[in-house]
Write a protein that binds this ligand. Structure first.
Ligand SMILES: [Cu+2]
Length: 153
């Protein structure tokens, strides 16, 4: 982050405080990104789960998803399913750009959040939380609905 940007962020924060804006307010460029349709495809026997969601960017600048973590899983990372002919493989994705005034789908067949090493017993019907970090400095702690494979067909 540049010094200039940092100073602006600090200033915006001070302004927000002095005027009593809620943190979720659109003012001062905060909260450009929102998460919708967030769910997790759960698998039995402690197999890795996959998280899916649509990221919506309300701002006029592209914003990148740069990091994912979860208090419910030891490991959370963004993968992309790539098919070459008849076979499919997963590749790691460092950043995912959400276009200005646009959205990007983390959806079956494309991107997924690979969730491994569950820290507690997680079952369909639960809600898990994923912390999404973005290039503009914002962090979202989003609830994901846990579904069984049968519920997602
Ligand atoms: Cu994966």
């Amino acid at each position: 982050m540049s010094i200039k940007k940092k100073t602006f962020a600090a200033l915006a924060c001070t302004l927000a405080l002095s005027f009593g804006f809620a943190p979720a307010a659109q003012a001062a460029g905060a909260q450009a990104i929102s998460v919708k349709d967030a769910w997790v495809r759960w698998l039995p026997n402690n197999l890795p789960a996959a998280g899916y969601a649509t990221l919506v960017n309300a701002s006029d600048k592209p914003v990148d998803l740069v990091d994912i973590s979860s208090s419910d899983y030891g490991d959370a990372m963004l993968h992309q399913t790539v098919s070459n002919g008849s076979s499919q493989k997963m590749v790691m994705v460092d950043r995912l750009t959400v276009p200005a005034h646009g959205q990007v789908a983390i959806a079956p067949g494309g991107y997924h959040v690979m969730l491994e090493d569950a820290k507690r017993k997680i079952a369909p019907g639960d809600t898990v939380r994923l912390k999404l970090k973005f290039s503009d400095g914002e962090t979202l702690d989003a609830p994901f609905a846990v579904k069984s494979p049968a519920q997602t067909k």
